[in-house]
Design a binder for this molecule. Sequence first.
Ligand SMILES: C[S@@+](CC[C@H](N)C(=O)[O-])C[C@H]1O[C@@H](n2cnc3c(N)ncnc32)[C@H](O)[C@@H]1O
Length: 295
Amino acid sequence: MAEQRKRRAEPAYVEPKLFEIEVARDLEPQLRQLPYPIWTENKAKLIAKYIFLFELITKHGTYIDGFAGPQQPDRPEMWAAKLVLEIEPQWLRHFYLFEKSKAGCDLLRFLKASQAATRDREVEVFCGDFNRRVDSILSSRRIGEKEATFCLLDQRTFECHWSTVKKLASYKTGKSNKFELFYFLAGWWYRRAVTAVKRDSVLENWWGRNDWPDLRQKKLLTVKDEMVARFKSELGYVSAKAWPILDKSGRDMYFMIHATDYLGAPALMERAYSEAVQPAERAVQQSLFPAQEKF
Ligand SMILES: C[S@@+](CC[C@H](N)C(=O)[O-])C[C@H]1O[C@@H](n2cnc3c(N)ncnc32)[C@H](O)[C@@H]1O
């Protein structure tokens, strides 16, 4: 007994520390809180402004739009594919526009025909399910490793499969920055939409993980935070930020998750975000949404 007590009292042997293991630092750039929110009718403008600012740096680029048909055909000024095609200077050279509905496809073909034909610009319209049809451009390897590539995933709710997002994120094999992704997550109506889904495969494909049944219980902000974290942990993006896009009554209509490997990109998005709001709207929006401290 006395022997046992003596043994317990001996101090535990501690290996001497030879070096400190470096903890990977989160490189996520921090931004100030946004002074005004952006409304849903400006979301296409936000995308086009951001690509314009980015293009000033790269002087080239490819644009992929997975869900490219217009949400409101009578409001062409809100149509992302149209605004991006019209960016000047015309440094973007390749446009791959996908759409499932026949009506949306016809409008995209009309949009393509309305563009002045130039030899060094390619606009292709793909009709059908983006989740499958995207393979035709990815497997052909027609996008170069160093090509700056922007991919808009403006789904309504659950149309974009997680396996598709993964395919896009893993396209670049070398050290070049991955495709920039603009992934739209449903906002305040998410809970209503998720409970209305009849086929389990819809949620399974969208979430792409075994815990998809939990989605029916999760709050929107939890789903948003998990999604943002997955762009970094599963897909390896250096930065992923959820930019809120509000409807006129001030509710989160969407979160636009912007995933990028370029550390300067969030600051460009911040600038695009503030420039996409017109001066006249700012006065109103500022009074509705006073500036907060942090973002
Ligand atoms: C939210 S709207 C896109 C809005 C558009 N980005 C704009 O700026 O107006 C979604 C579009 O995706 C289309 N769509 C739905 N499921 C699809 C799929 N699996 N593949 C391709 N397009 C799809 C819809 O027909 C609709 O035109």
